[in-house]
Design a protein around this ligand. Structure first.
Ligand SMILES: CC(C)(COP(=O)(O)OP(=O)(O)OC[C@H]1O[C@@H](n2cnc3c(N)ncnc32)[C@H](O)[C@@H]1OP(=O)(O)O)[C@@H](O)C(=O)NCCC(=O)NCCS
Length: 141
């Protein structure tokens, strides 16, 4: 991380015009309609979406769904330009802090497997719907 870059994690408005282009990174070629539908799903009271900000720039989003004892990561995305600077790790630290005692779950692909594994998640492989390898990752607090 560059010394001058102060990253703030805080809630992000669902009306934020920057949100579609950032959440897009966690969705794999979605249509504009699908992106708006997904953003709209965060209006549900059991859903939470937070953003990472450097000054006025939105440099990442994390969206989760919460049940009584489980937090499921639905979307986590950091634009390429800001990856490998610790922002994803800050998001995971934030949810571990906010939801102490909850199990955290995520489903991911091979590209992001190391991110979860390095963060202490236990991941097991399964066959995705398109014959691709997917991973169910779990962090027990
Ligand atoms: C996965 C993602 C959120 C990680 O965010 P990030 O801010 O880059 O993560 P961090 O900088 O905190 O990385 C922490 C560690 O995870 C591992 N890691 C992160 N991205 C990685 C990658 N692309 N390949 C291999 N290891 C990776 C590294 O060990 C890294 O530590 P290091 O940089 O000291 O080696 C980001 O790469 C991303 O948005 N990817 C595209 C969207 C996506 O795949 N989302 C996940 C779907 S659930």
């Amino acid at each position: 991380m560059n010394a001058g870059n102060k990253i703030i994690i805080k809630s992000v408005s669902l009306d934020d015009a920057r949100l579609p282009s950032v959440i897009y990174g966690a969705m794999g070629n979605p249509s504009p309609e699908k992106i708006l539908e997904v953003i709209g799903s965060y209006k549900n009271s059991d859903h939470v979406i937070i953003g990472a900000f450097i000054a006025d720039s939105l440099v990442g989003i994390l969206g989760v769904c919460k049940t009584s004892k489980i937090i499921t990561i639905r979307h986590i995305s950091v634009p390429l330009k800001y990856q490998r600077q610790g922002i994803g790790t800050l998001f995971l630290e934030e949810i571990k802090k906010r939801y102490e005692g909850y199990k955290i779950m995520a489903e991911t692909d091979t590209a992001s497997l190391d991110f979860y594994a390095k963060s202490g998640f236990t991941c097991r492989e399964f066959n995705g719907p398109y014959g691709n390898l997917r991973y169910k990752c779990e962090f027990n607090l």
